[in-house]
Design a protein around this ligand. Structure first.
Ligand code: SF4
Length: 467
């Protein structure tokens, strides 16, 4: 390993990658690199992201250029060994923003006042490869396409919505000026061009728009491509904050049943032809339709869990611990979204045999996003404070899906500690499955931060921030 120092002008700094940690005794540490410095070049080239960084390291004999916090620069070399750097973000050149204005976009329906990161309209194929974010691909440049193919960034997760070009364009309304390559908006051509890349796809369904015959057409096309591994169908999500946005409505039960009827027929056909069910409707469709959830094996290992496909079945799959006959008198409120509340209520029935344990599942009205929003993952601290009276119970359990990844903060930055103070009761995060939830209820002694079960929005927000 060799290293040297020299002054570097600011103009030379491109995509500085902030170093969050330096492994002790590593080449970087021995060269004098410290947390807070920035990696600016590798082999004299700017490095746009962690993927490019790793690729250079795989080739071997690498020169790294680091900008120190005092403005000086430092070079060191490694052969094949890990330099020992960790970065605060995985995308050094910034996140790629979407080129669309989807009618059903959740970001457009967010009330004001949340932290900035929740308004970022990311559509970055690198995050799709690294973390499974769904991307539309309409913002790809020719270079991006070439990079995906040459670096084999597989699998990717693609929001298709419809394989009918005109219908997709009508639903997504991309901005022509933001589209770098008009070819990238042609969904059928794009999917074909990505033939060597495995694709998990999703269709966000709007009633009377891309369901019914259009859904059949999309499934026919997607199932003809061997690299499309599966299709998740999720209903549009709505809030009460749709001023100046096109009028949309939720699925009615009979419409949800139609979606399931089509999906089940395709599952049968695809099981015979491909050995996989291929299409997976989200839990919300089953709940809206009032139909029983499929058994665990029907989810084929839950590859789309984050997309709300199988979350409820996965939750119910945890075994209950041995139940005591009695506990000291305790009132527990389980605060959850209206959609999930009846299922949770039924699942907790065995615990009601425990004498002294008074359980109440409370379906919370969403005071932030509005009554039309019924999922647990979008409950905020305000929803708990305005739906539960102070000292009403001994313990309040909140769904882990309401918490920001790795923290005890809700979407509106209200913490569990804030809730404890405001509601004058113990407040804890429940478990990611029924068994864990039952243990939390019975032990009622857990005091550390939650370790499991974060929501899709929380995971998404965490993406791109750490290596
Ligand atoms: S691609 Fe995603 S972020 Fe962009 S407008 Fe559509 S839904 Fe919103």
């Amino acid at each position: 390993m060799r290293y040297s120092n020299r002054m570097m002008s600011l103009q030379e700094t491109l995509y500085p990658a902030l170093i969050s940690r330096v492994e002790p005794d590593s080449p970087a540490s021995q060269a004098g690199v410290q947390a807070g410095d920035s990696l600016v070049r590798v082999n004299n080239q700017p490095i746009p992201d962690i993927l490019a960084y790793r690729r250079e390291l795989e080739v071997g004999d690498v020169t790294l250029e680091v900008q120190r916090t005092d403005g000086s620069s430092l070079h060191f070399e490694v052969s094949w060994e890990d330099p020992g750097l960790e970065f605060s973000e995985v995308l050094f050149d910034g996140i790629k923003i979407c080129a669309n204005k989807c009618e059903f976009c959740y970001v457009h329906q967010m009330p004001k006042g949340f932290r900035k990161s929740l308004y970022v309209m990311d559509d970055d194929y690198r995050l799709s490869f690294l973390y499974g974010s769904f991307v539309t691909l309409t913002n790809l440049s020719e270079n991006d396409f070439n990079r995906i193919l040459s670096e084999n960034l597989s699998p990717l997760y693609v929001s298709v919505h419809s394989t009918d070009q005109a219908l997709r364009a009508d639903m997504m309304k991309w901005w022509r000026l933001k589209v770098k390559d008009p070819e990238s908006t042609k969904i059928q051509e794009t999917l074909k061009r990505l033939e060597p890349i495995d694709l998990y796809t999703q269709l966000v369904l709007l009633p009377n728009r891309n369901d019914g015959v259009h859904l059949e057409e999309s499934l026919t096309y997607l199932s003809s491509l061997p690299n499309v591994l599966s299709v998740a169908c999720v209903p549009l999500g709505l809030t009460d904050h749709r001023r100046n946005l096109p009028e949309l409505r939720p699925f009615r039960p009979e419409e949800a049943r139609d979606v399931l009827r089509i999906a089940h027929a395709w599952q049968k056909k695809m099981l015979e032809e491909r050995g996989t069910r291929f299409i997976f409707p989200s839990d919300e469709f089953y709940i809206l339709a009032g139909e029983p959830l499929p058994p665990e094996e029907a989810y084929e290992g839950y590859p789309m869990l984050e997309n709300g496909v199988g979350m409820v079945r996965d939750f119910l799959s945890g075994d209950l611990p041995p139940l005591p006959k009695a506990v000291p008198g305790t009132k527990v409120i389980l605060g959850t979204g209206k959609l999930f509340a009846p299922i949770l209520d039924l699942a907790l029935e065995p615990l009601r045999a425990v004498r002294g344990l008074h359980l109440e599942v409370r379906a919370l009205e969403n005071k932030t996003f509005g009554t039309v929003t019924t999922v647990s993952g979008l409950l905020t601290g305000r929803c708990f404070v305005e739906n539960i009276a102070p000292a009403e119970a001994d313990l309040l359990l909140v769904s882990p899906s309401t918490l920001r990844y790795g923290t005890e903060l809700m979407l509106d930055d209200v913490s569990l500690t804030d809730l404890r103070q405001k509601l004058k009761m113990d407040v804890r995060s429940g478990g990611k499955n029924l068994g864990e939830l039952a243990r939390v209820i019975l032990e009622n002694a857990q005091s550390s931060l939650p370790q499991f079960g974060y929501s899709a929005h929380a995971v998404k927000e965490h993406r791109g921030k750490t290596v």
